[in-house]
Design a protein around this ligand. Structure first.
Ligand SMILES: Cc1ncc(COP(=O)(O)O)c(C=O)c1O
Length: 368
């Protein structure tokens, strides 16, 4: 059996939808992008969704609009590099703080300690689809008058205290990259209840144009294509169903892993809905009697793909070490996670048999 780590969702409806855009002759900035934005906003319960061509573009525009240039943005080193790259691209400095080693999300107490007179914003990441501890993080933001830019790249449909991530008066940034719970090949969007900011984002994504060839801002080409929106349109109508499959897959894996002391799944905090963009466990080499790489090799021999999210925290990436004074040991939890995490397949196209096959193999490899 072959079990892939990711499988971009695809069905006949998507084929039809893409073909209809191709036949329409309108490939950018058209009605499908507009409808996609409306559907996203309706789904998330937020006033505005602004589609762009990547989660990275979404973060970049929000950091620019939050006037972060020359200031500090507090974020996590346990994320994909885009989280911090965009801070630097917006002219600001990322200030990393460590994560909770159980939940993998930014530690609110460390956030509070890192606030200085130069801090302008907090950029929490909802790692693997589990919301960060937003109550405590929001309290810090309010106390110090900071902006909040949520990196919700992995969290479409996730909930915190019964409210969907993305329903915010500030900014939340989502990715619709190929492997995400809802994908458009490449793509992303910003959500906000702030109408004025949403209007600015719409100009910024298209060379700063307010109307055709009238450039009121220094903008970018961050436009989403109609074909990409057509792919997303089909999925937004079934995103709860797609997320539910991932949740069920994750719950099944967790129940099977419970009696394997070598593996510890990402801890889920109360009052959140985790939508499992990734199902990630930590491996204890001693209890496993093997290294992480040996463990992955054994799964690979059985046809089960795995991945490491992420093998190096951002502060230890070569570019960051060359350009900042970061050294190993500065964020021990993030560093330990990078050394011990393994992501197992959890995507919405997996069958019950495949989940059973993964569990059987985990036991065959790790039962001692
Ligand atoms: C946490 C996080 N932030 C940012 C991004 C960037 O999104 P994109 O790849 O769509 O630019 C991603 C996705 O890949 C991500 O996982």
């Amino acid at each position: 059996m072959k079990v892939r780590i990711a499988q971009p969702y695809h069905d006949k409806g998507i084929e039809k939808s893409v073909l209809s855009v191709l036949r329409s002759g309108r490939l950018v900035s058209g009605p499908v992008v507009e409808s996609f934005e409306e559907e996203i906003a309706k789904y998330l319960g937020v006033k505005n969704a602004v589609a762009v061509n990547s989660g990275t573009a979404a973060l970049h525009l929000c950091l620019l609009a939050s006037k972060t240039s020359g200031r500090e943005v507090i974020t996590t080193p346990f994320s994909f590099a885009a989280t911090a790259n965009t801070v630097i691209q917006a002219g600001a400095t990322p200030v990393f703080v460590d994560v909770n080693p159980e939940t993998f999300n930014i530690d609110p107490q460390q956030v509070e300690k890192a606030v200085t007179s130069r801090t302008v914003a907090i950029e929490p990441v909802h790692v693997f689809g589990q919301p960060a501890e937003m109550k405590a993080i929001r309290e810090s933001a309010e106390k110090h008058g900071l902006r909040m830019i949520e990196d919700a790249a992995e969290a479409i449909g996730a909930e915190y205290n019964g409210k969907k991530i993305g329903d915010t008066d500030e900014f939340a940034c989502f990715s619709t990259y190929a492997t995400k719970n809802l994908h458009t090949g490449e793509g992303g969007f910003i959500t906000t209840n702030n109408d004025e900011a949403a209007a600015t984002f719409k100009t910024l994504r298209s060379q700063g144009q307010k109307s055709k060839y009238l450039h009121v801002n220094l903008g970018y080409n961050y436009r989403l294509t109609e074909i990409a929106a057509a792919i997303g349109m089909v999925q937004i109508k079934k995103i709860d169903q797609l997320n539910q499959r991932r949740i069920e897959n994750a719950n099944r894996l967790t129940s099977k892993i419970r009696d394997l002391p070598a593996l510890t799944p990402q801890a889920v905090i109360p009052n959140v809905k985790h939508i499992y963009y990734q199902y990630t466990v930590r491996i204890d080499n001693e209890k496993a009697g093997m290294s992480r790489e040996e463990f992955r090799k054994k799964l690979a021999v059985a046809g089960i793909e795995t991945d490491i999210h992420w093998p190096k925290p951002i502060h230890l990436q070569p570019w960051y070490r060359e350009n900042f004074q970061y050294t190993p040991g500065m964020f021990p939890h993030a560093e330990e996670l990078a050394d011990t995490v393994v992501s197992l397949p959890v995507h919405s196209s997996l069958t019950k048999e495949q989940i059973g096959y993964i569990s059987d193999n985990l036991h065959a490899i790790l039962d001692r």
